[in-house]
Design a protein around this ligand. Structure first.
Ligand code: ADP
Ligand code: AMP
Length: 210
């Protein structure tokens, strides 16, 4: 199963991806996570990506496409993969279509209206050690500000502050939303209502994926 997750920042892609990846035994590949790992390791790629990410802008296509291309040829992607946060532009989608043997089966759009996004993103907290995502109101950890899985203190992503979230939403509606049309025209687009509770959204996804 080769799946692409679409939806605005804060739609719940990462949250759902964790569970989908387990259920279907396919790797969860998040370009945002790849960039953040590189930033924390202070690699050349991380240093370049950080400049864009802190402003809420997209990392250039050439760089991003190359990273995904190299990742998808790894062994664990043989039986499928779940892409989260890629593609984000039509150019990236076209590149993905051109990778040999990587034709997408389903592009799953998690729909959440713009007015719900700000709350979701400013309340997001993440575990810097294991990457688990929480929300201070909608999905709080059992002990305040501590990861349920590894007890590490949670952090707020630098790009989850209001001003940067607004910039990211502008970028989404301008550059990424057109991908719904792109995948609709090839017949692989499916949509789910992302405004419901996390487990209800997951059930809907499972029924869509089959
Ligand atoms: P994305 O990966 O699409 O940017 P996340 O999965 O990180 O989004 O979710 C953004 C925030 O919204 C997180 O704090 C997450 O806990 C919360 N969240 C995710 N799904 C839901 C939902 N169905 N209802 C309420 N909050 C949610
Ligand atoms: P995410 O974790 O998906 O919210 O992504 C965080 C940030 O990483 C984005 O705001 C972009 O700056 C960058 N990024 C992630 N994926 C891509 C992509 N496919 N193309 C360009 N930039 C990306």
């Amino acid at each position: 199963m080769k799946i692409v997750l679409l939806g605005p920042p804060g739609a719940g892609k990462g949250t759902q991806a964790e569970q989908i990846s387990k259920s279907y035994s396919i790797p969860h590949i998040s370009t945002g996570d790849i960039f953040r790992k590189n930033i924390s390791e202070r690699t050349e790629l991380g240093i370049e990506a950080k400049g864009y990410m802190d402003k809420g802008l997209l990392v250039p296509d050439e760089l991003t496409i190359e990273i995904v291309k190299n990742r998808l040829v790894e062994d664990d992607c043989k039986n499928g993969f779940l892409l989260d946060g890629f593609p984000r532009t039509v150019k990236q989608a076209e590149a993905l279509d051109s990778f040999q043997g990587k034709k997408i089966d389903i592009a799953l759009l998690i729909e959440v209206p713009r007015e719900s996004i700000l709350d979701r993103m400013t309340g997001r907290r993440v575990c810097p050690a294991c990457g688990t995502t929480y929300h201070i109101k909608f999905n709080p950890p059992k002990i305040e500000n501590k990861c349920d899985k590894c007890s590490t203190a949670l952090i707020q992503r630098k790009d989850d502050v209001e001003e940067t979230v607004k910039a990211r939403l502008d970028v989404y509606y301008e550059q990424t939303e057109p991908l719904a049309k792109y995948y609709k025209s090839s017949g692989v687009l499916r949509t789910v209502d992302g405004t419901k509770d996390i487990d209800i959204v997951f059930k809907e996804i499972i029924s869509v994926l089959g």
